[in-house]
Ligand binder design. Structure first.
Ligand code: XMP
Length: 324
């Protein structure tokens, strides 16, 4: 029968056989898959693993700090953090088309990751392997269709989109026989914090596709703060795990409001929460009125740039989960 301990032992043996005395690099996204892949590999080969985390500036509040805290400080896994916030902001300036944003972010991400891999290979012998958190369902999907499906091309933004071209790295994919729920169980067994194990999926382009229209740092700051409040209240209400995803969207709409004796003219924020099995279809979550009220009060009280909050009551289809 399936036990996390048994699967971990088996994966560790396989990684050791495959990698030998070579060096592995692993991109961390902040999500559960790349984290569990890294933990398994570290358990197998220790400091022959180096993790790379790119701070795109499009992440949620505290995400980079949590990666540093867990991987570097707590687990003592060699970690390179690349501060690429300004690079992404520069590339995204005045770009409002969602697909162009995705392309720019994907290309920039790969280029930064490649640079880091090349740099690491200058100081480190035998950098031959690249780790990926590919799951069993992704393996099935990519062997049963030759042409890229939408779901697959979406994922290519999320994972490290390919191999550093000059380096010809071989792949280590320790999760290729596992389903998502098994990955979570193994993550918990390897000491990944509970909050991380159960984290909702987060798109590769990050907050850039939740700021509708052109992205700049002031807008990202508003959205980061709004997202933190939405998630905090949903966790406090004890329903985080029942939801497939929940987040705030910063719209370009400004509307008139009133505060004391003054008129305000500030942003409209949308709150989105869905329940879903496979993310191909989704239903809008029937959040309790009191929870919606608390979220709305906090968003407007704590964030001066927001004076109106709406709740998205569309399902997928006809909507998508994200707004862009
Ligand atoms: P939609 O909005 O298409 O989203 O209903 C379905 C799932 O995919 C995620 N998503 C993305 N993930 N890169 C990603 O890595 C993307 O460009 C992207 N767009 C959407 C979305 O968060 C949801 O989980």
């Amino acid at each position: 029968s399936w036990t996390a301990g048994h699967v971990i032992d088996e994966a560790v043996d396989l990684i050791r056989q495959q990698v030998g005395s070579d060096h592995v690099i692993c991109g961390l996204s902040g999500g559960v898959d790349s984290a569990v892949a890294a933990l398994l590999i570290h358990k197998a080969i220790g400091d022959q693993l180096t993790c790379i985390f790119v701070d795109t500036g499009l992440l949620r509040a505290g995400e980079r700090e949590q990666v540093e805290e867990t991987f570097a400080n707590h687990m003592h896994i060699p970690l390179v953090v690349v501060d690429a916030r300004q690079r992404f902001l520069d590339k995204l300036a005045n770009v409002s088309d969602p697909e162009r944003k995705r392309k720019i972010i994907g290309a920039e991400f790969i280029s930064i990751f490649e640079d880091e891999a090349v740099r690491l290979a200058e100081t480190q012998e035998n950098v031959t392997f690249l780790a990926q958190g590919t799951l069993y369902p992704d393996v099935i999907e990519s062997t049963s269709h030759d042409t890229a499906t939408t779901a697959k091309s979406i994922k290519s933004h999320h994972n490290v989109g390919g191999l550093p071209s000059e380096m010809k790295l071989k792949l280590v994919e320790p999760l290729r026989m596992l389903f998502k729920d098994e990955v979570r169980e193994i993550g918990a067994a390897l000491g990944l914090p509970e909050e991380w194990v159960w984290r909702h999926p987060f798109p590769g382009p990050g907050l850039a596709i939740r700021v509708i229209g052109a992205v700049d740092e002031p807008k990202l700051k508003v959205l980061r703060e709004a997202d933190r409040i939405v998630i905090e209240e949903i966790r406090k209400a004890g329903i985080y795990r029942e939801l497939g995803q929940a987040f705030a969207v910063l719209t370009p709409v400004q509307s008139v409001g009133v505060m004391g004796d003054y008129r305000t003219y500030a942003y409209l924020v949308a709150v989105r929460a869905v329940t879903t099995g496979d993310f191909m279809t989704a239903d809008w979550a029937r959040l309790p009125d009191e929870l919606l009220g608390r979220i709305s009060n906090r968003l407007t009280n704590e964030i001066a740039e927001i004076n109106r909050v709406v709740y998205d009551i569309t399902s997928k289809p006809p909507s998508t989960i994200e707004w862009e």
